[in-house]
Design a binder for this molecule. Structure first.
Ligand SMILES: [Zn+2]
Length: 125
């Protein structure tokens, strides 16, 4: 698994965690419990006291967020359509334990996508 840096622009703090590719995570700032921003590997974390650089970084992160979020929601909707197609196809099969198991897995996967890809305060449906 690759790691990314997550920052809290309020506390000027950073931590490393598994990359989420912009998806929703449960990661919270240890200082203020606020949400953390996942940084691109190209970004450097300023010194805690470098207020000017932190302000710039916060602005850059805010600017890029809407495009990134819309991209992720689009990907999420594609995944939902794919899951729905598979669900439909499997529903047409003869009843069997494999069919039930697969439908259950697809339902779980759908809920996971709905939760993780609904970024930026939008729902996917
Ligand atoms: Zn914080």
């Amino acid at each position: 698994m690759s790691c990314r840096t997550y920052i809290c622009t309020r506390c000027h703090s950073a931590r490393r965690a598994e990359a989420a590719g912009g998806l929703k995570t449960d990661l919270r700032c240890a200082g203020c419990s606020g949400p953390l921003w996942e940084l691109s590997p190209m970004c450097r974390v300023p010194r805690k006291s470098d207020t000017k650089s932190w302000k710039k970084l916060a602005e850059a992160v805010c600017r890029s967020a809407p495009a990134m979020e819309s991209f992720i929601r689009r990907r999420g909707r594609e995944l939902l359509r794919q899951i729905d197609r598979e669900t439909e196809a499997f529903s047409a099969h003869e009843p069997s334990s494999l069919r039930e198991e697969t439908l259950k897995d697809l339902k779980k996967e759908r809920e996971r996508v709905l939760k993780r890809y609904a970024v930026g305060g939008y729902t996917l449906e």
